[in-house]
Write a protein that binds this ligand. Structure first.
Ligand SMILES: *Cc1c(COP(=O)(O)O)cnc(C)c1O
Length: 402
């Protein structure tokens, strides 16, 4: 599928990243998207907003997050590895950077009702958390299949005061939850704001979410310069929709000496068809309002994805990644379920850190590539902590006789 023109003249900021992105949305969503863009552009330039957000990030969420030089892991693989510790942010992942930003924005726009989608439940929990803090009403759309396999996060959202709306159609997973949340937003855009969880969807979401996640790379770049006196050779992050990776990459894009590597979920291996490696097995097309790389069949039907990690199990990748790849500034690799398990185990045993399975894909890729990376300095974004994944990890280990 090729992109058809949207009406960028009605938006103020660029709606595309190179050929990718855009606004492929129904007419009824154009006005709310334009209103959102206007509010975001105004408030990002308003010191009372940015000061309030920075205050929440520091005193509530725990920023700046540390930068850790993992010495034993580094010695074991012959690569100098540093971790940006988003696992230590409140609620255990980078997602709160975005939900605090968007919920504060909604509050300033006078919208008291928040809608969000969730797959594994991490974005739902981060949204429900921000809503509890700011006194906003929260409804989270979650596929029935996901709700059944992510019960602890369902309970967390309810304890935080959110209403969880179970989605019973389609594959009953994340893609269907996004469809339902978008539909609900179209229904009452005056009173509600839709908090999208990654650098996806129609403009302004990919740009706005990246804006709220940029703090990761801004801090990491300053921290690594202060601690080691030089930039890393490579910056690596796992890529689901791509928000933690864009959050890390943006600060380093102007540094030509720093290679940027995004790691997608290889599942059981791209050759098996059971994976979520959009750049390895996909083609460009439109999903959920933007033109980007997708897993789709020859008729444009979205394909089922597979990954051991729920947070990477999505058929599309953020358009800014598609553009970074097209102009050769970033490259995209994959790590399969086994690589991720090995990355998880190594960090746990050598450093005392239980990484999220998503982040373990970045660790697993570095581990697999340690010969080609020998002697280099690699900065990895540890996007989240692994407590949520312990049952999955135990099952994987049992299957492999460990
Ligand atoms: C949701 C999630 C991801 C994937 O989302 P991105 O938008 O690609 O960052 C990665 N890591 C963790 C810990 C997550 O919760």
């Amino acid at each position: 599928m090729t992109p058809t023109p949207d009406s960028p003249a009605t938006f103020r900021a660029p709606t595309r990243f190179g050929d990718f992105g855009g606004v492929f949305a129904p007419e009824t969503l154009m006005a709310p998207l334009q209103e959102l863009e206007r509010a975001w552009l105004e408030l990002r330039a308003d010191a009372s907003f940015t000061d309030e957000l920075e205050g929440l990030l520091e005193h509530y969420a725990g920023r700046p997050t540390p930068l850790t030089h993992v010495r034993r892991f580094s010695e074991r693989i012959g690569v100098e590895v540093w971790l940006k510790r988003e696992d230590l942010l409140h609620t255990g992942a980078h997602k709160l950077n975005n939900t605090l930003g968007q919920c504060l924005l909604a509050q300033r726009m006078g919208k008291r009702r928040i809608l969000a989608e969730t797959g594994a439940g991490q974005h739902g929990v981060a949204t429900a958390t921000a809503c509890a803090l700011l006194g906003l009403e929260c409804t989270v759309y979650m596929g029935a299949v996901d709700a059944a396999r992510q019960r602890p996060n369902l309970l967390r959202m309810e304890l935080l005061g959110a209403r969880v709306h179970i989605v019973e159609h389609g594959q009953r997973t994340l893609k269907d939850a996004i469809n339902e949340a978008l539909r609900a937003w179209v229904g009452e855009p005056e009173t509600t704001h839709y908090v999208l969880g990654s650098v996806l969807g129609p403009h302004p979401f990919p740009s706005m979410v990246a804006d709220f996640q940029e703090v990761i790379g801004r801090e990491a770049r300053a921290q690594v310069l202060e601690r080691r006196g030089a930039l890393p050779d490579v910056a690596v992050a796992c890529v689901g929709g791509g928000s933690n990776a864009i959050g890390l990459f943006r600060a380093f894009v102007p540094d030509a000496s720093v290679a940027l590597v995004g790691v997608e979920a290889g599942g059981e291996g791209p050759a098996t068809g059971k994976h979520a490696a959009r750049f390895a097995g996909g083609t460009p097309g439109v999903l959920h309002g933007c033109y980007t790389w997708l897993l789709q069949d020859a008729d444009g039907q979205i394909e089922d994805t597979h990954s051991v990690s729920a947070g990477l199990d999505y058929p599309a990748v953020g358009p800014e990644h598609a553009a970074l790849r097209a102009r050769g500034r970033a490259r995209y690799e994959w790590a399969d379920d086994d690589d991720a398990l090995r990355g998880f185990e190594a960090l746990a045993e050598l450093e005392g850190i239980l990484a999220a399975l998503e982040s373990s894909h970045a660790l697993g890729w570095v581990l697999r590539e340690c010969e080609s990376l020998a002697g280099q300095c690699v900065l990895i974004n540890l996007s989240g902590r692994g407590d949520k994944d312990l049952d999955t990890i135990a099952a994987l280990r049992a299957e492999r006789g460990r």
